[in-house]
Each structure stands twice: as C-alpha cells, then as structure tokens.
Design a protein around this ligand. Structure first.
Ligand code: X5A
Ligand code: ZN
Length: 668
C-alpha cells in the first residue's frame, strides 16, 4: 500500500537574488535552496523520493488567488532596469524584485500544483516542494515578506477546483504569520488555516492586529482561521507540541480534511535570525508525523521561510525523512510549555470554544482584559532587560546536529498462530525458545497450565521485545491467547530486564498489571467504560469513557489531548498497545491510534490482540508498517459527560504532567 514521497526541486529557483543593499531582505538568499537540496542528496533521502518536475503556474492558476492588475504588474518586472525594479519594490513591504523572480515565482507556484497533482492522482502519498520565492505573505494584489505569489493558497484553490476537494487544512508552521493565506480564506469554511507566529503583542513583523488569536475568521468562515501568537521568543519543543496536542490536532480531526497543505517554513527552528525560537530541527519530524494520518495521508509540504543555513537543511531532512515513513527520533527535554505559551494556548482555545466541540470545555478568558494587560506590561519590562543582556552576549546559537535516523532492517514483525496468514511486507516472527526465558515464563506465568502454545507465543514475544530494544526490529504485532497475561508478561520482563521505560496503553476492560508503576518504569494508561475505584498513582491512569471506546469523538479527544502529551512527556523506549476483544473500537480508530503512537519511542510499538481477532491483523499491520490510517470522517460532539470526565482527569494530572496544561497559572 505504502506509496512514495514526491520531491520537487528545480535549480532555476536559485537564480535570482537581492541586487541592492537592504538589511531586511539580505537573509533571503539562493543558498537556502541549494543547502537544503544538497543535504537531501548527501543523506540519501533525495534518492528515496520520487522526483517530480516543476512547471510554470499559468495565468489562470495565479488568478485563482491574485488580481489581474497585480499579475500584469509583476509580468513587467523581467524587463525593468535596476532602478525601476527598486522603485517597483518600494510599494510593498519587506520584499525585493529581480529580473528573474517572476519566472521563479511561476515555478514556485507551479511546483506546489505539481505536488497537489501527484498526491491527488495517487502517484505518490505525500511530498515536499523546495521553492523560492516563498508564498504565504503575498496577497491578492501585493507582494510581501519575500513572497510574490501565494503558492500554498493557489494550491488550495486548485485542489478544490480541479479535484473537488471539500476540505483543505493549511498548517503554517513558519515563524511568521501568513497573513496572505488568512486574507484569502477568511470567509471560506472549506479551508481551515492554522498559523503560529512570533507576535510579541504586535511588535513583530508584519505587526498586524489581525494576527492575534481573536481573528477567528469571518461570516461563514468563522472558526476556520486559527492564529496562535507567540508573545515571547525562545519557544521550545514543548511549546510546539503542546499547541499541536491541545489546539491543532483536536480541531483538525474534527474538521476532517481531504487534503493537508503545510506552509513549511523553518524559521521557527533554533538558530534562525528571524524567529529567535529554540525548537530543535527534529521537532519537525513530529509535527510532520502528527499530520500524516489526516486526510488518508495526503500531505503536501511547501517550503516557506528558514534563514539559518544550518538548521534549515537539518529541518528539511527531518521533514522529508518522516514523509518517507522512517520512525521519528525521541524528542529531547519535553519539560512542558512556558508560561507565555500557556497564555497563548488558553486565549486561542477560549476564542475558538464556540466553534469546535472539542474545545467547548476550554476555560473562558478572564472577563476583563485587566489581567492580560498587566501581564503584557510586566513582560515588556522584562523583555527590555533581556534585550540589553542579549546584545551583550550576541553569540551564535549552537545546538547538536540531530542524530542519524536509522530505520531498523525489519519494520513490522508478527507473532501469529500458524493458521493465520502474514500480510505482505511484514515478517512472521518466531524464536527458537531461549531456555532462560522459557524457565522464567514457566515459573512466573504458566505454573499450572502446561500449555505449550502459550509458552511458544510468550517466549516469541519476549524475544521480539528484545530485538526492538536493540533496534533490529521497529515494531510488532502479536495475536495471543490471553491479552492480559501477555501484557503482564511483557511488562514484567520490560520492567526488570530492560533499562528503559515502557508506556502501556490498554484499550478495553482487561486486567492490567501495575508492575513498575511504583518507580515510574512503566506508565499505564487504560481506556474503558469502568469507573476506576481510585486513581492509583502518577503512573497508573484510568480513562473512563461512558460508552467505552465506541464513541469515536470522545475517544479521539482522549487520545489527542491526554494520551499523546502523556506519551511524549514520559518518553518511553517501548510502547505496548493492547486491546481486548470487547473494546468496541472500530478499525479506523484503532489504526489512527496505532499510527499516532508511533511518534513515540522511535516507533517501537508492540501491539497485542486476542487470538480470535484475525480480521484486524491486516489493518493493524498496515498502520504499523507506516500506511496512513483511513480518515475518521467529520467528528460530532463527544458526550458531555465524557468531556467533563476528561477535563477533570486532565486537570488532576497536570500537576504531574506538564504537557497536559492548557492554562497559565496566573490566568487559569
Ligand atoms: C517567508 C518568510 C519573512 C519575511 C520577513 C520580513 N518571510 N521581515 O519567512
Ligand atoms: Zn517566515
């Protein structure tokens, strides 16, 4: 099933540059593209992609977003003298023109369209276009912020028109606000635009009031524009992931796009002179991964900004390698969002609570603006002091190069009864019985039963876990006679024999061993419809949903807003995912869960299911193998009692788990 990843690049787009002195524009250089492309070649990633040629966007394509007057004006630039170009440039903000930029701008937009074509026709699953000039700042009748034509906005309109795509999600993780995209789709409910951006209470370019969290869209499009302003620099991995888990993903799943477009700017990475943020390049592996199960995997990433010539290529490689399906690295130091990020999170969630049922329970904003104003003033004082300090030690930011991501030789191994067929591409796994393991199993689990089948399957399981720990196998699936027993057996083995932490996710009403939860070697999260007697400890969490896991919306909400942040913060080296036959979970939800969890523990997931569930082997193996899970469709409102229960649980747990926070301590 797994289809390829398109890579679109053409050297021609390096053939324009700034021809005069302009300190604002000097960072937008041709090398941005060459270093990114060279890094993809050097790492062998380019070779693994399907190379798709660019084309020139036609007038008709460009007119999907821009005015005729503007197009005609830009058309004249190739014939202008240097002086004319300089003067032409003056009517716009933070942009420059060059005799060849019109040609490149047509190729940049055309590259985005080629990508949409490749994905929509099923030629590839997903892809990335490396383009210059970027697009997200350009408006109907104006160039802006290094952008000439709005590549992604054109691509979205094109997808709707050409392929009848009903809903498009645009995720803009560039550090600037793509005001051009916002203006284009403000009143359009078929395009959901999400952007986070450096804002600093409107002090940062483009300094627009409408980049703030309260610009939610207009008329029919109300609720379909999501702005997350960063009011401080230095945002980190935790801040980014937290916004994904508590805003973007719940809304995106509720929206259920048919296509995901990413304004993939990497000026939001560490070292960038524009962003001044501190997220590591490998965070883009996770941002990408978390979007890859939406829209059946149809994801098109189009380059926007990114001006640090070291972190830019690293981030591009992380993105492309994830699109190719390699497991993401374990993200480091997720110590929870900072206070300023929490304040933004809170504001955005409350501004959107009337539009999205997943946010209905979000805390309201403090009634008066007084608190916010007070904080803002205090922050400004603080920032002034910081700036002085920064200028004193204006040293270059340094960070470690992301470690090489090596995909294990075997992606998916299955432990199956002999009469169950092994799906294509996966490896049937059995181990010659290790006497030490067998003895241990006999002693601990199979005292009275002399069931040799059970013994074989359990000892294979243990051997499989060990191979996963050694990174020889990425993930696995086992059909076992007794899920509870197998789970107990793996947990006990892991807690005693492995060095690292195990996240146990149990869907359904099975008995779960609490082995290792005392000292945090295992974190157990169980979903069922049974009210837990008492909430045990930080490492044993029962999520009770009224209809168990059969209510898709409630379950999705629990997974996105609770399980993912817990999993990320816990940072295990193995995820054990088990489900009981009576869990009530349908295949597509199960596949989504399996897919999403692979962002954790470098994709080391071991799935346990009951022997009789043979019909689920195919779908589960497919998700483990890296196929996109089928879309869940538009989600309805979850049951109010579930929402309340989840909220209470999140509230109680956020003392111990910082990534569960959604409000700032002072305002919340
Ligand atoms: C695409 C992009 C940035 C413009 C900054 C102007 N543009 N100060 O990142
Ligand atoms: Zn940018």
């Amino acid at each position: 099933m797994k289809m390829g990843t398109a890579l679109i690049y053409d050297e021609e787009m390096t053939k324009y540059k700034l021809l005069w002195v302009d300190p604002v524009c000097k960072i937008e250089v041709p090398e941005r593209l060459t270093v990114s492309h060279e890094a993809l070649i050097k790492t062998g990633l380019a070779d693994r992609c399907i190379s798709v040629p660019v084309r020139e966007a036609t007038d008709a394509d460009i007119l999907l977003v821009h005015s005729e007057e503007y197009l005609e004006a830009v058309k004249k630039t190739p014939y202008m003298t240097l002086e004319d170009l300089q003067e032409f440039t003056l009517q716009y903000g933070d942009v420059y023109f060059h005799p060849n930029i019109y040609h490149c701008a047509k190729l940049a937009a055309g590259a985005a369209l080629q990508l949409v074509d490749s994905v929509m026709t099923g030629k590839v699953r997903n892809g990335m276009a490396l383009v210059r000039p970027p697009g997200h700042h350009s408006m109907r009748s104006a160039a802006s912020g290094f952008c000439v034509f709005n590549n992604v906005a054109i691509a979205a309109q094109y997808a709707k028109q050409q392929y009848g795509v009903k809903r498009v999600l645009i995720v803009d993780w560039d550090v600037h606000h793509g005001q051009g995209v916002q203006y284009c789709f403000e009143d359009d409910p078929s395009v959901l635009y999400f952007s986070w951006h450096r804002y600093e209470h409107q002090k940062f370019w483009p300094q627009l009031k409408e980049s703030d969290y309260n610009s939610v869209g207009k008329e029919k499009g109300a609720g379909f524009n999501i702005n997350v302003p960063w009011n401080k620099v230095g945002m980190k991995n935790s801040d980014y992931l937290s916004v994904f888990c508590h805003i973007l993903l719940p809304v995106a799943y509720e929206f259920s796009p048919d296509l995901v477009l990413v304004c993939a700017g990497f000026d939001s990475a560490i070292g960038d002179p524009e962003g001044e943020m501190c997220a590591s390049p490998d965070i883009f592996a996770h941002l990408t991964h978390l979007l890859m199960n939406l829209a059946g995997g149809k994801l098109c990433a189009v380059l926007e900004g990114g001006y640090n010539l070291t972190s830019l290529p690293q981030s591009v490689c992380q993105t492309v390698q994830t699109l190719l399906g390699d497991p993401a690295p374990r993200p480091a130091n997720l110590d929870g969002p900072c206070e300023s990020a929490l304040e933004s999170l809170h504001c955005v969630r409350s501004a959107h609570r009337q539009y999205w049922s997943c946010l209905k329970h979000a805390a309201e904003l403090p009634t008066s603006d007084v608190t916010t104003k007070r904080i803002k003033l205090a922050e400004e004082e603080e920032d002034k002091l910081k700036k002085v300090e920064e200028e004193k030690n204006a040293e270059e930011e340094v960070w470690p190069e992301p470690p090489k991501r090596v995909a294990p030789a075997v992606r998916t191994a299955l432990v199956l009864p002999n009469d169950v067929a092994c799906p294509d591409g996966c490896k049937r796994f059995s181990s010659s019985e290790d006497p030490v393991i067998v003895n241990k199993l006999r002693k601990n689990f199979l005292k009275d039963a002399d069931d040799s089948d059970a013994l074989t399957s359990l000892s294979s399981l243990i051997a499989l876990v060990e191979k996963m720990e050694r990174n020889e196998i990425c993930n696995g699936l086992a059909l076992v006679p007794d899920v509870s027993m197998a789970m107990m057996c793996v947990v006990q083995h892991a807690a005693t024999a492995l060095r690292n932490r195990v996240l146990v996710v149990c869907v359904g009403d099975a008995g779960v061993s609490s082995h290792g939860t005392e000292d945090g070697k295992t974190l157990v999260v169980q979903f069922s419809n049974r009210e837990p007697e008492e909430q045990k400890c930080k490492y044993h969490i029962s999520v009770c949903l009224k209809k168990g896991c059969s209510d898709v919306s409630g379950f999705a909400q629990a997974v996105l807003g609770l399980l993912l942040p817990l999993g990320y913060e816990y940072d295990p080296s193995l995820v054990l995912l088990a489900r009981t036959p009576d869990s009530g979970l349908c295949d597509s939800v199960w596949q989504q869960l399996t897919g999403l969890l692979q962002g954790i523990a470098q994709g080391h997931t071991l799935v346990l299911m009951q022997e009789a569930e043979t019909s689920c082997v195919g779908p589960t193996a497919s998700s483990l193998f890296g196929d996109a899970a089928p879309s869940l469709g538009k989600l309805h409102a979850p049951l109010p009692e579930d929402v309340e229960a989840l909220e209470r649980l999140r509230h109680r747990l956020q003392v111990d788990w910082k990534l569960l926070q959604t409000t700032a301590p002072e305002t919340g």
